[in-house]
Design a protein around this ligand. Structure first.
Ligand code: FAD
Length: 292
């Protein structure tokens, strides 16, 4: 299919193992590029043959439907994961995991990336979602992003041009592929940075259901509200199940796959919660996870 492609290709691959909810049907092919050139080859192939594609990072914020995807999934989570510390900035490949970045930078006396310690996504996914926690978000530490556009061109843009807002960026719903990013480099004493990073990781282990398949927060919970976790709890919806999808007893904004749930189970539970919350409180909960 792709001459000169140096990465891996898996045909008729089931996507469930690649998502944190462990749901999602098969696709025509899943490719794991090893380089930027590999990504460009895939894009050329898709454009020439009119094959649809979608990008997957670590799959921790995606609800992939049970339906067959007659296209190519470009999985950037095992490669493009270098971290280069320069004099005035840090350049990171989009496949680098956020917790790895947080600990690596803390060890190198660079802060403040502790907020990434418990977010199980890649740098690419973190930028698309403007991921954040503990009062900080990607926007606070990002300098610029390099991506490949739909035609295969490599473009670098400053963070100020990416429309970064609460769990939002201009990359959502688009076909651009982030390959690397530059981050701020600010000094923070190693002990202090490492302690802060470990503390956040520990706190989250206690607060959230991390031993079951979820996608973290299902609905957006911006500073200033609405706070979906509290609303869902107050309405007595915690523990509600639909098929094998369940609203977590630990946190109302998290939906657990309690065993072989389908994407449809989860999707219908999301719709049900939105419906009940709207009916009883008048509040529209905005879905954070990307449904594809
Ligand atoms: C246990 C758990 C805890 C979580 N806690 C938090 C939290 O505290 N804060 C928070 O913000 N989020 C949290 N999340 C959600 C999730 O981890 C983040 O949104 C993360 O940034 C998603 O990254 P990903 O690589 O998994 O992206 P994916 O889920 O793979 O993709 C998300 C979106 O980004 C796109 N995308 C991914 N990579 C690229 C790329 N290289 N180029 C272009 N588009 C790309 C995808 O197409 C998709 O639209 C949590 C999830 C889980 C499972």
């Amino acid at each position: 299919m792709l001459n000169n492609f140096s990465g891996q290709i898996f045909f008729e691959e089931k996507l469930a193992p690649y998502t944190s909810w462990k749901v999602g049907g098969e696709c025509q092919a899943l490719v794991m590029p090893k380089s930027i050139e590999d990504i460009q080859l895939v894009l050329d192939y898709c454009n020439e043959n009119k094959v649809p594609y979608l990008v997957l990072g670590n799959g921790s914020n995606i609800l992939k439907s049970d339906e067959y995807f007659d296209g190519i999934v470009i999985n950037i989570s095992k490669t493009l994961n270098s971290i280069t510390i320069e004099e005035d900035k840090v350049t990171v490949g989009s496949g680098c995991m956020l917790p790895k970045l947080a600990f690596h930078l803390a060890k190198n006396e660079i802060g403040d990336f502790a907020f990434y310690a418990g977010i199980p996504g890649t740098v690419g996914g973190g930028i698309v979602m403007n991921a954040g926690s503990a009062g900080k978000e990607t926007k606070d530490v990002l300098l610029s992003v390099t991506y490949i556009d739909e035609t295969g061109r490599i473009i670098k843009e400053p963070a100020s041009k990416l429309d970064l807002d609460f769990r939002r960026s201009k990359f959502q719903g688009r076909k651009k592929i982030i390959v690397s990013a530059e981050f701020k480099k600010e000094y923070r004493a190693k002990d202090e940075a490492l302690t802060a990073t470990k503390e956040i990781a520990d706190r989250r282990r206690k607060k959230f259901p991390l031993n079951v398949p979820t996608a973290g927060s299902t609905f957006k919970s911006p500073t200033g509200g609405p706070y979906p976790g509290k609303i869902i709890e107050d309405l007595g919806l915690k523990g509600t199940t639909h098929g094998k999808a369940k609203i977590s007893e630990r946190h109302g904004n998290w939906i657990e796959n309690i065993g072989e749930a389908s994407a449809n189970d989860i999707n219908e539970l999301i719709n049900y919660v939105q419906h009940i919350v709207k009916k009883k409180t008048g509040i529209d909960l905005e879905v954070e996870v990307i449904r594809v």
